[in-house]
Design a protein around this ligand. Structure first.
Ligand SMILES: CC(=O)N[C@H]1[C@@H](OP(=O)(O)OP(=O)(O)OC[C@H]2O[C@@H](n3ccc(=O)[nH]c3=O)[C@H](O)[C@@H]2O)O[C@H](CO)[C@@H](O)[C@@H]1O
Ligand SMILES: C=C(OP(=O)(O)O)C(=O)O
Length: 425
C-alpha cells in the first residue's frame, strides 16, 4: 500500500490544469451501455474508479480501449447483464449499470453496493423508480434482480430525497422506455446536465436536466457518439482551498466557475480574492487574512458535501471559529479525529463540527478514510510544521488524477512512497 510523505510549510503558487470530472465520467461511461454502437470520450480522468468502470464494462462484454487520450466504449458488443460483487464492491457507482442494462436488455443482475465509510447509502429510490416503470425487482443473495416484460414504461416519479445517483439511473432507464417519464425532485448537479447532454447526442429526448423536473420522451434506440467530460468542480475546489490555506495564489485552468459558485462564494467570504474567465479561476490569498466560514452541505446548488472535508481543514487554519453542518451523509466527519492528531481544535457534536482557533498544526502520521477526507489531510499536511505521513492513499487515487505531481508543481513537498504488499514481494 502506498503512502504520502509531506514536508509542511512550503508556499503554494502557480498554475494547475483541472482534469475531467470523476462524477460525470462514471455515469456517462455506464450510459454508453445504452447504445448499440461505439462512443468516444475525451477529457476522461485517469483514476482508479475509471479503471474499475472499464473492468466492469468489459465484464459485461463491451469493447473498451484507449486510443491516444480518448476512451472508446462499444455498447454494441455487450452480452452479459450481470454486474458482479467483486467489481461493484470496489466502487458504489457501479450500481449505475442497473438502469442502462434493464432498459436495453429487459433484465439486469447488479450486486448491491453495500454501505460505505461515509454512510449507509441505500439504493431504495433507484429500485422504487424502476418499479414505477414496470420492472419486477427482487433483492436476493446480495443482488438486485430486475426484469421487465417488453420495454420499461414511462412513469411520473417523485423522489422523496434528492439523490444524484437515483436521478442518473432513472434518467438513463427512461431514455429507452415506452412513452414519457417525468422525474420530480430530481438532483440538479452539473454532472446530471452533462449526462443528459451525452444522452441527447445519442438520440435521447430529455428536457429540464439541471432543474428539479426532468422530462424524458422514450425512444427505441440510442447510438454511440463523441463526448467531452466536463471539468471536475471538486478537484478545482480542492486546489483553490489548498492555495487559500497556504496563503498563496493559484490559476486553475480548464475548469468551469459556474458549477463552482457555492464554493467560490464561501472562498470570497473567507477573504480570498477571486477572478474568473470562461474556463479559468484565479485565487489570490497572499497577504490577506484567511477567515473561518460557516458551512452547511446541501444538494446542488447548495454547498457540496464533497467539499466539506477540505473546508473543515481550511477552518482549522483560518482565524476565528465556525460551524460545519453536514446534512447529506450521516458519517462524513472521519477526517476530524485525524486532523485532531495534527493539533486541530475541532469539536464534533452530532452532524456538526465546531472549528475553533488552532494555534499550531504539527505533522503526524494520519490515515485516509475516504476520498475527500484524504484530500483534507494532504492539504493540512502542506501547512503543518514538520513531516506528515498519510496512509491508505488508495482512497485519494479513486478520485484525484496525479495529485502529488500537481501539488509538487505548485511548490508542495509531497512524495508517494510505494510499499510492496506481501503478495507482491
Ligand atoms: C459518483 C457520484 O456522483 N457520487 C456523488 C453522488 O453520490 P450518490 O449518488 O451516491 O449520492 P446521493 O445523492 O444518492 O445521496 C444523497 C443522500 O440520499 C440518500 N439516498 C440515496 C439514494 C437512495 O436510493 N436512497 C437514499 O436514501 C443517501 O444515503 C444520501 O444520504 O452524490 C453525492 C452527493 O452529492 C456525492 O457526495 C458523491 O460524490
Ligand atoms: C463520495 C464520493 O464519491 P462516491 O460517490 O463515488 O463514493 C466523492 O466523490 O466524494
Amino acid at each position: 500500500m502506498d503512502h504520502f510523505i509531506i514536508q509542511g510549510g512550503t508556499p503554494l503558487s502557480g498554475e494547475v490544469t483541472i482534469s475531467g470530472a470523476k462524477n460525470a465520467a462514471l455515469p456517462i461511461l455506464f450510459a454508453a451501455l445504452l447504445a448499440d454502437s461505439k462512443s468516444c470520450f475525451s477529457n476522461v480522468p485517469k483514476l482508479r474508479d475509471i479503471t474499475t468502470t472499464e473492468a466492469l464494462l468489459k465484464e459485461l462484454g463491451a469493447e473498451v480501449y484507449w486510443q491516444d487520450d480518448k476512451l472508446i466504449v462499444d455498447g454494441g458488443t455487450v452480452d452479459s447483464i450481470v454486474a458482479p460483487y467483486e467489481l461493484v464492491k470496489q466502487m458504489r457507482a457501479s450500481v449505475l449499470a442497473l438502469g442502462p442494462l434493464l432498459a436495453r436488455f429487459g433484465k439486469a443482475q447488479v450486486s448491491l453496493p453495500g454501505g460505505c465509510a461515509i454512510g449507509a447509502r441505500p439504493v431504495d429510490i433507484h429500485i422504487q423508480g424502476m418499479r414505477r416503470m414496470g420492472a419486477q425487482i427482487e433483492v436476493e443473495n446480495g443482488y438486485i434482480h430486475a426484469q421487465v416484460d417488453g420495454r420499461l414504461k414511462g412513469a411520473e416519479i417523485f423522489m422523496d430525497t434528492v439523490s444524484v445517483g437515483a436521478t442518473e439511473n432513472l434518467l438513463m432507464a427512461a431514455t429507452l422506455a415506452e412513452g414519457k417519464t417525468i422525474l420530480e425532485n430530481a438532483a440538479r448537479e452539473p454532472e446530471i446536465s452533462d449526462l443528459a447532454k451525452y444522452l441527447n447526442n445519442m438520440g435521447a429526448k430529455i428536457s429540464g436536466a439541471g432543474t428539479s423536473r426532468i422530462e424524458i420522451e422514450g425512444v427505441e434506440r440510442l447510438g454511440g457518439c463523441e463526448h467531452s467530460i466536463l471539468p471536475d468542480r471538486i478537484e478545482t475546489g480542492t486546489f483553490l482551498v489548498a492555495a487559500a490555506m497556504a496563503k498563496g495564489d493559484i490559476l486553475c485552468k480548464n475548469t468551469d466557475h459556474l458549477s463552482l459558485e457555492p464554493v467560490l462564494e464561501k472562498l470570497r467570504e473567507a477573504n480570498a480574492h477571486i477572478e474568473v474567465t470562461e474556463n479559468t479561476i484565479y485565487l489570490d490569498m497572499r497577504e490577506r487574512e484567511l477567515k473561518a466560514v460557516n458551512i452547511k452541505t446541501l444538494p446542488h446548488p447548495g454547498f457540496p458535501t464533497d467539499m466539506q472535508a477540505q473546508f473543515t481543514a481550511l477552518n482549522v487554519v483560518a482565524k476565528g471559529s465556525a460551524i460545519i453542518t453536514e446534512t447529506i451523509f450521516e458519517n462524513r466527519f472521519m477526517h476530524v479525529p485525524e486532523l485532531q492528531r495534527m493539533g486541530a481544535d475541532i469539536r464534533l457534536e452530532g452532524n456538526t463540527a465546531i472549528c475553533g482557533d488552532t494555534p499550531k498544526l504539527s505533522g503526524a502520521r494520519v490515515m485516509a478514510t475516504d476520498l475527500r477526507a484524504s484530500a483534507s489531510l494532504i492539504l493540512t499536511g502542506i501547512i503543518a510544521e514538520g513531516e506528515t505521513r498519510v496512509d491508505r492513499i488508495y482512497h485519494v487515487d479513486r478520485g484525484y488524477e496525479h495529485i502529488e505531481d500537481k501539488l509538487s508543481a505548485l511548490g508542495a513537498n509531497i512524495k508517494r512512497v510505494s510499499e510492496l504488499t506481501n503478495s507482491e514481494q
